[in-house]
Design a binder for this molecule. Structure first.
Ligand code: CMP
Length: 140
């Protein structure tokens, strides 16, 4: 069943000039970009996006990092897009991510971990709507 997920190429990956490599991995895995923006989040925008984590000890540092430079935000569509994207990303901590995954290859540490991906259909709906109005999504 075709599904949608939100991906963010984080400031560390944009600075490393690996936007093209990451999007290439998505396309080769059969995930189709159906919307894409490059933007720099304010700290408040990052805090709203990560609101589910607001009581966590890493929240402030995470919001500072996510607003430290431009990011690329994209919607990916495809069969089992949420799980497929999470498999491509690897574990949150690059040191624990499977060899060859995006975080293992491009991540630095648990915060500067190159990419974000929605973790459930409910989260995907919220996260896609946070950055894209429905009319900006390309018909699959
Ligand atoms: P992400 O998938 O974007 O979701 C929440 C982010 O918080 C996570 O990736 C990490 O970049 C960041 N983070 C920082 N510290 C931690 C931690 N100790 N545990 C989980 N996530 C963390």
């Amino acid at each position: 069943m075709s599904e949608r997920t939100l991906a963010i190429i984080k400031p560390d990956a944009v600075k490393k000039h690996v936007i093209g490599d990451i999007i290439g991995r998505y396309e080769r895995a059969g995930l189709t970009p159906i919307a894409m923006r490059m933007l720099r989040m304010s700290k408040a925008t990052a805090a709203g996006f990560y609101a589910v984590h607001k009581t966590r000890p890493f929240f402030d540092s995470l919001c500072t990092f996510m607003s430290s430079g431009p990011v690329v935000v994209l919607v990916l569509a495809g069969d089992n897009a949420i799980k497929k994207h999470r498999d491509l990303m690897g574990a949150t901590d690059p040191a624990k991510a499977d060899k060859g995954t995006i975080r293992a290859v491009h991540g630095t540490n648990i915060e500067s971990n190159a990419v974000h991906g929605s973790d459930s259909p409910e989260t995907a709906r919220f996260e896609i709507g946070y950055f894209f109005p429905e009319m900006d999504l390309i018909e699959e």
